[in-house]
Ligand binder design. Structure first.
Ligand SMILES: Nc1ncnc2c1ncn2[C@@H]1O[C@H](COP(=O)(O)OP(=O)(O)O)[C@@H](O)[C@H]1O
Ligand SMILES: [Mg+2]
Length: 260
């Protein structure tokens, strides 16, 4: 078994990185073994499965900074879904590593060094990224094979997407030649607003020009959906498969899997 290793990654918060990660994991888990790696101090991956990341004795922080074997920090949250959790210890990650740079000379290789050995234990490894481009993004891009970029169409979001794509291409050249962009997926889309359709059109044009895939499937904004999932202890793809918003995750996975 050689895992497909993807990151759900962009330098923005609130654009559905975690929702995509956990919901794709939910669908995949019906037939495949999945590991979710949470790298964001908010710890929302574990919360999505009804568990409290603050009660987690060992997290990704202990694995990366203190060399704790990764197997010890992994928790099973559902049939076929394991999580390497994060919590607010990760707030210290950049500082602790950069303060002790002699101890961690390969500071972009910490995730790869600790977790690569799990590639033959899972079918999919999904890495949920934090919303800023720091040390962790470097670690993620050194480890994964493919990046899925969520994109929320707002006034200034094209500019940051352009930079994100450029920086992944640059990173690929310098650090990880096997890295590629799986594609861009539009999120929180309100088709009724002109701004959204305009920005999405601009985005499609840009992606086409750059030879970056932009998926046809998008995730619509739905406040009702957000509040209906707020108290669920499982991702919606495991609890509410008939919900029209949830169907989009099935479509997205189908589309993504054509290019995995
Ligand atoms: N389709 C949707 N429409 C509106 N809000 C949503 C939708 N799906 C999820 N949300 C909510 O949006 C918020 C941000 O999503 P999240 O996945 O945590 O983003 P990120 O990981 O990029 O910060 C969460 O509170 C989530 O419940
Ligand atoms: Mg998140």
């Amino acid at each position: 078994m050689a895992a497909k290793v993807w990151a759900i990654c962009t330098n923005k918060g609130g654009v559905l990185k975690t929702t995509i990660t956990t919901n794709l994991a939910g669908i995949l888990s019906k037939t495949k073994k999945v590991l979710i790696i949470d790298t964001d101090m908010q710890g929302n991956c574990l919360i999505s499965f009804g568990k409290n990341p603050d009660q987690q004795k060992l997290t990704i922080y202990n694995v990366l900074v203190e060399n704790v074997p990764v197997e010890k920090a992994i928790v099973n949250v559902h049939k076929n879904i394991d999580v390497l959790a994060a919590n607010d210890d990760m707030d210290l990650f950049d500082f602790d590593i950069l303060m002790n740079i002699k101890k961690y000379p390969h500071f972009f290789m910490l995730v790869k060094g600790a977790i690569d050995k799990l590639r033959n234990k899972y079918d999919y490894i999904l890495v949920d990224a934090p919303p800023y481009k720091g040390l962790m993004h470097g670690n993620i891009l050194s480890f994964v094979d493919k990046v899925l970029i969520p994109f929320q169409p707002e006034t200034y979001s094209m500019r940051s997407l352009v930079k994100m794509i450029q920086s992944i291409e640059e990173f690929k050249k310098q650090h990880n030649p096997t890295l590629s962009i799986l594609g861009v997926v539009a999120t929180l889309v309100d088709q009724r607003t002109n701004l959204h359709s305009q920005v999405l059109q601009e985005c499609r044009k840009y992606c086409h020009h750059q030879n970056v895939r932009m998926f046809e499937t998008y995730i619509p904004r739905s406040v009702r959906f957000a509040s209906s999932i707020a108290y669920e202890k499982l991702p919606a793809t495991l609890t509410d498969v008939k919900n029209p918003i949830v169907m989009n995750y099935f479509d997205l996975l189908k589309e993504v899997q054509q290019f995995e």
